[in-house]
Design a protein around this ligand. Structure first.
Ligand SMILES: C[S@@+](CC[C@H](N)C(=O)[O-])C[C@H]1O[C@@H](n2cnc3c(N)ncnc32)[C@H](O)[C@@H]1O
Length: 289
């Protein structure tokens, strides 16, 4: 069983892949460049909140790769933020905020963050992190109800850091950035940068000097290529259609606990050990190769 873009959610009895590696045994591979396994290697391919980080024109090729590494009849399970549910919640929040219903102005603000912040941000965590790490979250229950464990952990981390207790956080931001794909720069500078980026900090400082005010553009480009940004969003219609065009069959929407994968709930990937849903804002879909 293969878990792609596992982040911190890797399991010992799965083959786990992330870019960069996030833990012991997690294979580092940039999945945009292909899935580094032979044809028909796996019974299950699973990815959660990865597909939306892949640029739309590359999503088809990535899912074709998932199909290639699955055995015939193997199961793909794709989990993404549910665009349809999100937009319905946005509309609900908009209508209730407009009608002046108590507390819904905050819910409206949260829905705007949920829809746009991860698309537009230039810095890790963006406005969403600022909101969740803030001293007061007036609609905490709503926010946790929508987004689950990760958001709860951030709120707890914020509280702990304000109280002076040590905080364990895990960054999901990935590594390799190709600056010069992002901004046009003279090839001489390109060569110097190529030499310097292989080693440490003083060389980075030199790049900073060379680029001057353009350095900010480099930093933004590095970040936006790093894997944290949402590059596209899916609903059950568009994801189902995409899976079909990649050769999958028996496409179906599932819940967090429902699956054709045997003993799914005990894997604790889409659920927590207490039975709660890990990312309640998700669309869960499965299909067969
Ligand atoms: C939002 S996190 C989801 C992590 C985990 N699957 C979960 O549901 O909590 C997305 C993960 O995909 C990884 N990722 C993004 N783009 C990637 C790529 N091109 N190749 C490999 N991993 C990638 C990121 O490093 C990050 O760990």
């Amino acid at each position: 069983m293969l878990n792609l873009g596992c982040g911190g959610r890797y399991r010992a009895d799965w083959v786990n892949v992330n870019f960069p590696s996030t833990g012991p045994g997690v294979i580092a591979a940039n999945l945009i460049e292909g899935i580094p396994f032979p044809d028909a290697s796996f019974d299950v391919v699973y990815h959660s909140h990865l597909l939306e980080h892949i640029p739309k024109p590359l999503a088809w090729g990535f899912l074709k790769e998932c199909h290639r590494v699955l055995k015939p009849g193997g199961i793909i399970r794709v989990v993404v933020p549910d665009l349809e549910a999100m937009t319905r919640s946005y509309l609900e929040a908009l209508e209730k905020a407009r009608a002046g219903k108590k507390g819904w102005d905050y819910n409206y603000d949260w829905m705007m963050l949920e829809m746009y912040d991860q698309v537009v941000r230039d810095q890790s965590g963006g406005e969403m992190a600022r909101y969740l790490l803030g001293a007061s979250i007036p609609n905490e229950e709503y926010v946790i109800g929508r987004c689950g464990t990760e958001v709860r952990n951030m709120i707890v981390a914020g509280r702990r850091s304000r109280s002076g207790a040590p905080v364990a956080t895990q960054s999901t931001v990935s590594g390799v950035r190709k600056l010069f794909d992002v901004i046009p720069v003279h090839s001489f500078i390109k060569q110097i940068y190529g030499m310097f980026r292989k080693s440490g900090g003083w060389k980075e400082k030199l790049v900073q000097q060379l680029l001057g005010s353009e350095y900010e553009v480099l930093q933004a480009g590095r970040f936006r290529r790093g894997g944290e940004i949402h590059k596209w969003m899916y609903d059950s219609y568009s994801l189902g259609r995409l899976l079909l065009t990649c050769g999958f069959k028996s496409v179906a929407v599932r819940s967090a606990t429902e699956s054709c994968i045997s003993h799914w709930s005990s894997q604790n990937l889409d659920t927590e050990p207490d039975g709660s849903v890990y990312k309640p804002d998700s669309l869960f879909m499965e299909a067969l190769a």
